[in-house]
Design a protein around this ligand. Structure first.
Ligand code: ADP
Ligand code: ADP
Length: 222
């Protein structure tokens, strides 16, 4: 079962009178349960690919289906609903709310969906335990190490049971040892059935995933 299905996807940006083609007829499939690293140097088109996978941006031509839904022909509101339902985002810089505790950060997406406070709290606690932070749920981001903050953000991404965990340079703000621990966390979550796509420029980090997709000058090589 394909979660990600891309066929001949072209993405370009207008630069004055010129057109910069960033993705050149990219075709890609990711099945449920895979753990994929998208590896490429800076400027190669990784973020552009991630934005398309994450329904943050749409293709110029070609086809993109996410969990069987055609993404080309959607409105902003529809894209936003699909993002919320399908994808758990993890960022390089964690993007946690600094004034809120770990558990409050993690239950936030559930409260925004209209879940009641008690259920949201229990679910957030369960997911924080799953990422090994059961004893840190009342800590605020700055009272946690970088690796712990990233695990809070992974818990926040997981709490709504997304079909894909999509992580953009998730180890980019961490030292190499902590980065490897985060990759071990992803491996463990993948073994529990989560589909994971990470974007990285770090070869050693990418090697930890089960499949590597190389991006170079807007083409992919697998
Ligand atoms: P990476 O994530 O691998 O560093 P990006 O996808 O961010 O690569 O960028 C690929 C190329 O597309 C770069 O040359 C970048 O300058 C260009 N680019 C990215 N986003 C835009 C945009 N919104 N408008 C114009 N050019 C862009
Ligand atoms: P999984 O391993 O996929 O999380 P489980 O059978 O453990 O599957 O859980 C099924 C669902 O119930 C999941 O969405 C999980 O997050 C949630 N869940 C499980 N245990 C608890 C709990 N103690 N409190 C709140 N939610 C829970």
């Amino acid at each position: 079962e394909n979660i990600i299905y891309m066929k001949d996807v072209v993405k370009s940006y207008k630069m004055g009178n010129n057109e910069l083609v960033v993705l050149k007829e990219v075709s890609l499939q990711v099945k449920r349960g895979e753990f994929v690293a998208v590896l490429g140097p800076s400027g190669s088109g990784k973020s552009t690919l991630m934005n398309i996978i994450g329904c943050i941006d749409v293709v110029n031509s070609g086809e993109y289906r996410l969990s069987g839904q055609n993404i080309d022909a959607k409105s902003e509101d529809e894209l936003s609903a699909i993002r919320n339902r399908e994808i758990g985002f993890v960022f390089q810089k964690f993007n946690l709310l600094p004034k809120y505790t770990a558990i409050h950060n993690v239950q936030m997406p559930l409260l925004l969906r209209g879940l009641d406070r008690k259920t949201a709290y229990e679910k957030a606690k369960y997911v924080l335990e799953k990422v090994g932070l059961g004893d840190r749920i009342d800590h605020k981001p700055l009272e946690l190490s970088g690796g712990q903050q990233q695990r809070v953000s992974i818990a926040r991404a997981l709490v709504g049971d997304p079909n894909i965990l999509l992580a953009d340079e998730p180890t980019g703000a961490l030292d190499s040892q902590t980065g490897k621990e985060i990759m071990d966390m992803f491996l463990q979550l993948n073994q529990q059935g989560n589909t994971i796509v990470i974007i990285t420029h770090d070869e050693e980090i990418a090697q930890k995933a089960k499949r590597i997709i190389h991006v170079k000058d807007g083409n992919i090589y697998q």
